[in-house]
Design a protein around this ligand. Structure first.
Ligand code: F6R
Length: 369
């Protein structure tokens, strides 16, 4: 069943090129336009009428939602909020029939998320679900569903669930841009082309697994881990930290790199592993800011592990280790940058002797609020 892998989680990490390819499959016509048949329950007129998008999800799916917000707001200029479902539901959020509610759930059964969409529906919002489980409660209670085609995810820690959620979020963002009129038609064409190549890029990251396993070995006695990123690198940092907590039971925190000097930098100690996601070249302002954040932690003795794209030089001086990423557009970088962090958590948990597929205290689908 595990196809020669020791854990379902590791198998699922390695299935990601196919899972993402399957999620993208058949979604574009020969002219490169998106055809989302599943959107039938929400007409293009409905989508043109909306003036606000709220994304609700939990855990890893929430981090996919954070990435979606950056992409959707940039491509469509529709204000988009993202919130953990358990907070959204109980704060009297402002929703009306011109609100589009997007929900993301691998299982489709997460109680907090379900309660959030029921609440949004009562206020008149249309609901689009991004879900991996056919016929689950959340898609049944939504107006339209974009299914991720990851196949069953058995490992409790979500991996291919997350990457396919990202792919589906990009599809939704591109679709909204297409329906509502594209502000950045050229960029969107580039992204659409690039999306088709992401399965190979994810494969390249998997081909480098041994380097990450060696890193896990080297970090086996570390007790605190910090992950930093800006823009879409920020949710990647949060996801990297969550994976380590969930299965390796290590104290790990993700921060927006710009927040560092507003507090978290105080906890940096000599030797502490700090992972930093560097945005691709082309976003130079953003990249420069991240480079100065690397310098700041390095100056305090951190062990810096820098995720940066191939050809990005100028980081060597402050990086103790560089994990190379294929070149992507900034918005698509999470599809590649997340992979080494998943591999790291899986390997570290294995090394520490934990049950990777059934971590303590966690259930695959959280059906209580
Ligand atoms: C993380 C993880 C959880 C889930 C969260 C939402 O690895 O598995 O954080 O992402 O419980 O689950 P779904 O997507 O099923 O709603």
């Amino acid at each position: 069943e595990k196809a020669g892998f020791d854990w379902f989680m590791r198998k699922e990490i390695f299935e990601q090129p196919k899972a993402v390819a399957d999620t993208l499959l058949g979604r574009f016509n020969s002219k490169g336009e998106l055809v989302l048949d599943e959107m039938r329950g929400i007409s293009p007129e409905d989508l043109r009428r909306i003036n606000k998008i709220v994304i609700v999800a939990c855990g890893t799916a929430y981090y996919a939602g954070m990435v979606a917000k950056y992409a959707i707001e940039h491509w469509t200029r529709v204000p988009c909020e993202v919130e953990v479902a358990s907070e959204f539901r109980y704060r009297d959020p402002i929703i009306d029939p011109q609100t589009l509610c997007v929900t993301i759930s691998q299982s489709g059964e997460t109680a907090d998320t379900l309660m959030a969409i029921r609440h949004a529906r009562i206020q008149g919002a249309k609901i689009i679900a991004i879900c991996n489980t056919n016929g689950a409660t959340i898609p049944r209670e939504s107006d339209a569903v974009i299914y991720t085609h990851a196949g069953p995810e058995i490992g409790v820690a979500s991996t291919k669930g997350f990457l396919t959620q990202l792919a589906a979020c990009y599809l939704l963002g591109l679709y909204l841009a297409q329906v509502r009129g594209m502000k950045y038609a050229d960029e969107i064409r580039v992204i659409t082309d690039e999306l088709a190549h992401t399965p190979q890029m994810i494969q390249q990251m998997l081909d480098g697994a041994d380097e990450i396993y060696q890193l896990a070995h080297d970090l086996a006695s570390a007790e605190d881990f910090i992950f930093l990123g800006r823009h879409v690198g920020y949710p990647v940092a949060l996801e990297g930290a969550l994976k380590l907590k969930e299965i390796a039971y290590q104290h790990a925190e993700g921060f927006a790199a710009g927040e560092l000097k507003h507090g978290p930098i105080a906890i940096i100690e000599p030797g502490m592993p700090v992972f930093v996601v560097v945005p691709p070249a082309g976003r130079d302002q953003l990249r420069d800011k991240v480079l100065s954040n690397i310098k700041e932690v390095k100056a305090r003795g951190a062990h810096t592990i820098v995720l940066a794209e191939n050809g990005d030089d100028g980081i060597e001086a402050d990086a103790d280790l560089i994990i190379r990423l294929p070149h992507t557009s900034t918005l698509l970088q999470p599809l590649v940058a997340t992979v080494p962090l998943q591999l790291l958590a899986c390997e570290l948990a294995t090394e520490l002797g934990h049950d990777v597929d059934q971590p303590r205290n966690l259930a695959k689908s959280v059906t209580v609020e």
